[in-house]
Structures are given as structure tokens and as C-alpha cells.
Write a protein that binds this ligand. Sequence first.
Ligand SMILES: [Zn+2]
Length: 403
Amino acid sequence: MIQIATSWLLLLPVMFGIGWLASRWDLRLENRMDERERMRQQRSTFKGLSLLLNEQPDQAIETLVKIAQLDPETIELHFSLGNLFRRRGETERAIRVHQHLANRDDLKPRDRDHAAYELGRDFLRAGLLDRAEASLIRVGQGKFAAPAKESLLEMYQIERDWKKAIIAATELETLQGKSHHTEIAQFYCELSQEALLAKDLNGAEHSIQQALHAVPNHTRALILQGDYLMAIGEPAQAIEAWGVVASSHPAYMHLIADRWMLAHAAIGKAEVGLDRLCELLKTQASGELLDLVHKQTVQIRGMQAANAMLSEVMQHSPSLSALSKLAETRLALEEGNGNPEREQELKSILHLLRQRTTSLARYTCGNCGFRARRFYWQCPGCNNWEAYSPRRSEGVAPSGPSM
Ligand SMILES: [Zn+2]
């Protein structure tokens, strides 16, 4: 009996050894399988990336989605996928991916901010502005604070919510340490323009002062200040405000030349106003200002004076628009003089010049090259403020989008 027990006892270390070996074998097998799985995923990721690089986004997305499904821990991959969907205009899918991330409780604060930011961008892209705002406001004070604020600023401008845009731009100045004064002045100008239209004169004046505080001598704020002074019946003071535009920002005078003349007429000084505009033509003979000065000269001083004015402009600043105006004036002078041949000749020249000037005269955005017939303070192409040159281009049509 004792002998049997002893032989069993002798077997114990052997069995223990076999058990240990088996567990090692299992572990190695498991490790090898893990390693194989990791290699397989790596291969799939590389395959996805190479498909992306080879501009085969459909197949790339399929491959990457499979990896993300197999391993929910691949957070960065989820972000990349979401952004890829958004770039392709598949905003619903992008929202699903980012929403899934944003709803996860186990994310680090940085990743949660990232998800809220990306989700906000998706909603913005989809035009769901309320939801975009709610998501972007959730982003905390980390790496994504400034990009989220930039997106909010972009959104408030789309909504034309200038008060919120001013707050966002001011906060962005602190976050980025760079000035957003130009935009802030423009937002106040938008507010003052709305107030002027609504006949809220106190509101208009307040916003103009704020714009001038953000950017002293701001062109648009000075223009609006003149409008406000005209609205309260102070043409002499309006001329003073616009006089600063004439001396500091003369290239913008065509925007107010009509109102400038009205203000001068209101105090019985139309001649003085016209003289000042004619003086400006020496350096600012742009198409629009020339049109307005020509019209006023014909009205106040007659056709011969307009002819003399244009001949002078053609000497110091020759342009197609000046030549077109000159042909128009010569035709008016010729009409009824009993010289039908000369009249017909001038009509043909005028027709050709008008075709040329109206088809090519455009304001051009210095940032994106977007061209437009009218002047914009904010480019409709790239949404940048004060990107348009106040001078219309004419002659050769530059490339780029236009309207
Ligand atoms: Zn632009």
C-alpha cells in the first residue's frame, strides 16, 4: 500500500513538468496566433493605405472599415475614416463614425474633444447648424479649442449672426494670440448696416464706433459713418467722414461718389464736390469712379466739359472704359450735327468698346481669384474679408472662377 503511494508521489513532479510544458506550448501557440492576427491587420492597413495612395478610395474604405470593425480600439483609424467620408461628401457616414466615437465613455478627454470637433465639422458640412454649434461648444480647452472656435466663427458668419461672430473672433484672438481685428470691424459694420436699414440710428452709431475702435480709420466704418450722418440730416459732417476716405483710402471713393455728390448738393456745394472727384481721377481713374464723375459732369457742367475731362484722363490714365466714355460723349456731341457718317462710325466704335468693357470689367479676389461684377467686402468664393481689390480689372481676362 505504502509502495503504491510512493510510486504515485514519484510521478507527481513528472506530471507537473508535463502540465508546465503544455501551458508553455499553449502560450506560444496563442502568442503566435496573436502575432499572425497583428500581421494580418498590418497587411490590411497597408493595403488600405496603398489603395488610398493609388486613388482607389472605394476599395480603401472597404478595407479600412473591416479593420475598424475587427478592432474597435483603432481610434485614429476611425477618425481617418470619418474624415475620408466627409471629404467625399458622405456626411451621413462621417457623422455615424464620429458620433460613435463621441458617445464612447472610455475615451481620453483629448480624443473626446477631437470627436466633438470632427462631429461639429460634419454637421456644419451637412448644413445642420444647430447641431454643429452644440457639438463644437462641447470641445474643451485643449488642442482642438482653437479649430473648434474657428469652425464656430465660420458658422456664425454663414448664419449672419454677427454678435456671436464678434464674441467668437475675440475669444479666438486669445486662443491663437493673433489679431482678428479686421473681421471684428467688418462684423460691426454688418451690424451697423442692418441697424441703418431698420432705422435704428443709435444702434448704427454704436456699431460704427466699435468698428472704428477695432480698426481706426476703417474704410467701411467711415463710409457707414457718413451714411449715418446723412440719415440724421448732417450732410456737412458726412462730407467730413467721407473726406477721410477720399484722402486715406481714395481707391474706395467710387463706392460713395453718388452719395458724396448728394451731400454736397444738400449744402449747395455740388461744384466743390465735383472738383474734388475730378482731382481724384488723376490717381483713381477706375471704371466706376469715371462713370460717376462723367455722369455728374454732364449734369452740372454739360457735354463739352465732360469731353474735356475725358480727353485729360485719356492723357494721364488711358483705359478702355475712359475710351468708351469718350466715344459716348463725342457721339452725343456729334448727334444732330448733320454728319451721319461720323455718327455711324462713332456708334460702331462705341458698340465694340462697350462689349469689351462690360464683358471684362471685374473685381478680383486677391486670395482665391474669384471675379465678380460688383464689389464685395467679403469674397463669395473664399469668404475672406477685404480680399477684393477696390479697383476693377479690365483688358485681359485673368483665369479663375467668376460671376
Ligand atoms: Zn476669394
